[in-house]
Design a protein around this ligand. Structure first.
Ligand code: PRX
Length: 562
């Protein structure tokens, strides 16, 4: 069995054997050929978590075409900028998706996005909901019309090892996301070996559930490519953790006898908050290994995962990696590495890392520094699509000859690795990467906003949360609006421009932002304010009183929330 697909709506499911998967992928490949897809073409996949998303990804890979999966929660604007950046000529989508039992449309966002992408020749649409959709004749094609009538035989072509396989956009430190691209042989080799070693998988008996979305790298490597190469059975779940009730995950695990669960700390914290009574009602003894990814896991969440989900039986693998690394680079190996709650422990065999200071010299054990990878690895990104200079500049210029990951880290006295969060302007919200600049740009795009500064502040559930400091245009009529209403409008605006995941937790309207004499916004101070810390050095500010005033506004805002 390849997949047990579990729908958002309870009771709906589909099992797909490897043979069926193969035939579905062949049919999809034949349909794509009919639509004109050729080797090297770029295709955007904007889909809910349904099997057709995987059929499409595998069919493109089979044809030597390059998929760019865009998370279905992104806005039309985010989708169109990604389509344009890599000049995608095709889009695969669905009419809608289900969220907690209710249909929510997806195709309107594609229609909106494509208004600015005239070169997209064809859109293939899976019918998932019963909703009406707008239709552009000649451009739009129903999946069931085009794919289902195809032959299920397709001869795969061979391509050189360095053929680009996919692009995955991720946030960098500027407003423009980076199109990280990966090639076939190196990526697939490491996807498979890391899945095999880190999760210690047994094809004949394991049921793996990577509870992530295929719109992120975790879904690519550990829902699609790694597990399929290793021939394991998987659960693929369409819904939210509480679709159908707060016990939904535990129902799925006990029903499908999941043996390996892999998810993000933010989900573990949310499930913890809901209470132990939900997992306790189910038989979770099939689980034998737990994994975590995407952000540092606090020891409390780690212990809870171990005790309440893993029954004190299952090793936990805290896996550190990135979109750029393609596969896990650092993690304990179950049965080999003794674990510590909150530590990613060791670089995997063949991977060389170091923690260095500003000058690139290794720091002593126990001291914080920058995480670098000092030797190449098979699944490393081959670059940023269309922007080789940015690639060199971002990863290779800070410490020439070594890969700069953008993370702070330390090696403890025993040489075990602890991740300390990003050292650049990238935030990690519920395990999703977002740049402060991206959110600032979205805010400044609102007619009422003059200037915005965004920081990631620590948050008990989401790891970090977005706090925005906004000054308004004096002339704007919105300046006279009710401030609470305007704040809500701005939060919705960001959700609309980027995605609901980018919605600031808090927006503080302030008459001024703290700036240095050279005009730079002092984000460090704003982070102190947002996290309620005493303020650091303010002597370089043009007007040191500004920051105290903002701290005052922050306190008032928090009080009005209670
Ligand atoms: O900051 C690190 C954090 O997530 C970043 C990579 O994000 P992304 O490319 O979206 O990939 C997420 C899934 C691989 C890293 O730079 N991160 C990832 N895993 C961990 C982590 N931080 C701490 N511990 C981890 N296990």
């Amino acid at each position: 069995m390849a997949y047990h697909w579990v729908a958002d709506i309870e009771g709906e499911s589909r099992t797909i054997t490897y043979d069926e998967l193969h035939r579905e992928v062949c049919r999809t490949a034949n349909a794509l050929i009919e639509l004109g897809v050729k080797k090297g073409d770029r295709i955007a996949v904007y889909m809910p978590m349904i099997p057709e998303a995987i059929f499409a990804m595998l069919a493109f890979a089979r044809l030597g075409a390059i998929h760019s999966v865009v998370f279905g929660g992104f806005s039309a604007e985010a989708l169109s900028s990604r389509i344009l950046d890599s000049d995608c000529r095709f889009v695969v989508t669905a009419d809608g998706a289900f969220r907690r039992g209710a249909p929510s449309p997806l195709k309107p966002a594609v229609d909106e996005a494509l208004k600015s992408c005239p070169d997209v020749a064809a859109v293939l649409v899976v019918k998932r909901t019963a909703g009406e959709v707008e239709w552009v004749e000649g451009r739009d094609h129903w999946w069931h019309d085009v794919v289902e009538r195809q032959s299920d035989l397709h001869e795969p072509e061979a391509f050189p090892a360095e053929t680009t396989m996919f692009i995955m956009y991720t946030s960098g430190t500027t407003a423009k996301p980076k199109g990280i691209y990966h090639t076939t042989a190196g990526y697939l080799t490491q996807a498979a070996t890391t899945h095999y070693n880190v999760f210690d998988v047994k094809a004949e008996s394991d049921v793996c559930w990577t509870a992530a979305d295929i719109g992120w790298i975790t879904g690519h490597t550990y829902i699609v490519y790694g597990p399929l190469i290793n021939g394991v059975t998987q659960v693929m779940y369409e819904g939210l953790p509480d679709s159908g009730g707060r016990d939904r995950w535990w129902k799925i695990i006990s029903e499908y006898k999941v043996t390996i669960l892999y998810t993000a700390p933010t989900t573990i914290r949310t499930l913890m908050k809901w209470g132990d009574q939900f997992p306790e009602g189910f038989d979770l003894t099939s689980l034998r290994l737990l994994g975590t990814v995407g952000e540092p896991i606090n020891p409390e969440a780690w212990m809870c995962y171990r005790e309440h989900i893993g029954g004190n039986r299952c090793p936990i693998v805290d896996t550190w990696w990135q979109t750029e690394t393609g596969a896990i680079l650092c993690s304990p190996l179950p049965g080999i590495t003794a674990t510590k709650p909150g530590a990613a422990m060791r670089a995997l065999p063949g991977i060389s890392i170091a923690v260095v200071d500003d000058a690139g010299n290794e720091v002593g054990r126990g001291e914080g520094g920058y995480l670098v990878v000092t030797a190449p690895w098979p699944a490393m990104t081959r670059g940023i699509w269309g922007d080789p200079d940015r690639y060199l500049d971002t990863y290779w210029s800070r410490f020439p000859g070594t890969y700069f990951a953008g993370d702070g880290a330390k090696l403890d006295p025993e040489g075990d690795l602890w991740l300390l969060g990003r050292v650049d302007d990238v935030m990690n919200i519920s395990g999703h990467r977002l740049s402060t600049t991206e959110v600032e740009h979205a805010l400044v795009g609102h007619p009422a906003v003059a200037e915005a500064a965004v920081v990631g502040a620590s948050d008990d559930t989401t790891g970090q949360a977005i706090v925005a400091f906004v000054t308004l245009k004096l002339s704007a009529e919105d300046a006279n609006k009710d401030q609470a209403a305007l704040v809500e409008e701005l939060r919705d605006h960001v959700a609309h421009v980027i995605s609901p995941i980018a919605k600031p937790r808090q927006i503080i309207l302030t008459p001024a932002l703290p700036k240095t004499r050279s005009g730079k916004i002092m984000r460090r101070l704003l982070r102190d304010v947002a996290e309620n810390r005493s303020l650091g050095d303010v002597t370089t500010l043009t007007d040191p009183t500004v920051v105290n005033m903002i701290a005052g506004l922050m306190v008032t805002d928090a009080a009005s929330d209670d």
